[in-house]
Write a protein that binds this ligand. Structure first.
Ligand code: PMP
Length: 438
């Protein structure tokens, strides 16, 4: 160990200073004592004022409602009507414990991975996305730590500051602060029951440097709209004419109840206009933090290089398990059973909505995905509704999180809460709405 010699007078002066600051007590002849709490005060850095730093970072904080939701989701006994996540009993826990217990007989790579991610996983994913009509190769796939990270890498790696993101209005709530933090401008494009309305793509967008279109074509979050086959073709054609690249976020595409949605935009992309995003979060396990991007190889290389700066790769353990689950059929079998169970759950949830909310709101009938997008008969203060429900142990996602202008929508997920919890929660929502309408 290194030793340092310190001048005696330095020690005396330092001790005097600590006594003057009340951190040490010194009794003549009685030695020097550390005052209670001094160490914890010193350790906690109580003398450092972090406030100006806390506000200074490049990324903006999430809205207070989002922060509130993120905390409240972990309160004991809370009913999570907003959560866009499979319920714990719909996750593949048994299959995964079997997979992990077999680890000792396999060679598992636990080092850092290739910049684009685990090669075997990329091979499996190339086969997997083929089922969605996408022809690609492992070298055109990047593994990301969840598809939200793909949006971040695209924003900071491919788009100039101030670039315009055309996004469905409303759109995925975490994408919006992420784009804003990356200094992007967001322009809402309107939706109808067939998807993006082409009339809202103005030709002026063609001239703006770095403009991209961000779309969630399948079981859209939050509205659950699925883009029709015809609209997909028209949209691709229009974007080709406008030289407008597309980020296709397909988080929910595998979660259909009756028949698969039309082929992805990427499957029909002849000119390399589309960056396709997939994830294990909605179908398998959000905690894996595994997503992927499929795109032209030089774009994938740029994003892979950036990912090395950001986190040096997604968890190698998650990547190994994901590759195994895809290879062995565990993933496909699980998703088939989730589709069936979600369909049943959505039908029962639908009956609960009809029983308690029919006089207060309308909603979509889901044909896949996780969500009911409720349109209230009358606008209410979303802040008050959120608080009323939370005070009674029910957590909601107010529509205003997805579109700043709306106070007439609520996103309700049927994927997370159990059906008895769902019914209890919906009764509270109905009661709160009636109180607010008075
Ligand atoms: N896109 C959409 C549309 C989503 O709903 C979500 C999760 N709510 C994500 C992306 C992010 O998923 P993850 O980062 O967990 O892959």
């Amino acid at each position: 160990a290194a030793t340092f010699s310190v001048n005696r007078s330095t020690v005396v002066t330092a001790t005097e200073n600590l006594i003057a600051e009340g951190l040490l007590s010194g009794n003549k002849g009685g030695g020097t004592k550390v005052i209670n709490n001094t160490w914890s005060l010193l350790a906690a850095g109580s003398h450092m004022n972090w406030s100006s730093y806390v506000e200074a970072g490049i990324y903006q904080p999430n809205s207070s409602t989002i922060r509130h939701i993120n905390e409240a989701e972990f309160q004991r006994g809370i009913i999570r009507l907003g959560t866009g996540e499979l319920a714990p009993d719909l996750l593949p826990s048994d299959q995964l414990s079997e997979l992990f217990s077999g680890m000792k007989h396999r060679s598992v790579h636990l080092g850092y991975e290739h910049p684009k991610g685990n090669g075997e996983l990329r091979q499996e994913l190339a086969k997997h996305v083929k089922k969605r009509g996408i022809e690609t190769s492992p070298s055109s796939i990047l593994i990301v730590s969840g598809s939200l990270q793909a949006l971040q890498l695209i924003s900071i790696g491919l788009l100039p500051p101030g670039a315009n993101i055309l996004a469905e209005k409303p759109s995925y709530l975490y994408s919006l602060p992420l784009f804003q933090s990356a200094q992007m401008k967001i322009t809402g494009v309107s939706l109808d029951k067939e998807g993006i309305q082409l009339s809202s793509l103005k030709n002026q967008h063609e001239k703006e440097k770095g403009t991209v279109l961000y779309t969630i074509p399948n079981f859209h979050n939050p509205t659950n709209v699925t883009m029709s086959e015809q609209r997909r073709q028209e949209l691709l054609h229009r974007c080709e004419m406008m030289h407008l690249p597309i980020i296709e976020d397909d988080a929910y595409g595998e979660l259909w109840f009756h028949s698969p949605p039309p082929l992805s935009l990427k499957a029909q992309d002849k000119n390399g206009m589309v960056l396709y995003l997939g994830t294990l979060s909605k179908t398998f396990s959000p905690g894996f933090r595994i997503g992927w991007v499929v795109g032209p190889e030089h774009v994938i290389e740029r994003l892979a290089d950036l990912k090395m700066q950001v986190d040096y790769g997604a968890s190698s353990l998650s990547q190994w398990a994901a590759a195994e689950a895809l290879k062995t059929g565990i993933y496909d079998n699980h998703v088939a059973s989730v589709r069936y169970k979600l369909k049943e759950k959505s039908q029962k949830a639908q009956a609960i909505l009809e029983k308690h909310l029919e006089s207060l709101a309308t909603w979509n009938v889901p044909s896949g995905g996780f969500y009911f997008w409720l349109t209230l008969h009358k606008p209410v203060s979303m802040g008050k509704l959120f608080k009323h429900c939370l005070d009674q142990g029910v957590l909601l996602n107010p529509g205003a999180l997805y579109d700043h202008e709306t106070s007439q929508h609520i996103r309700i997920s049927f994927a997370y809460a159990t059906l008895p919890e769902f019914e209890y929660g919906i009764k509270i929502v109905a009661k709160s709405l009636k109180n607010l309408y008075l």
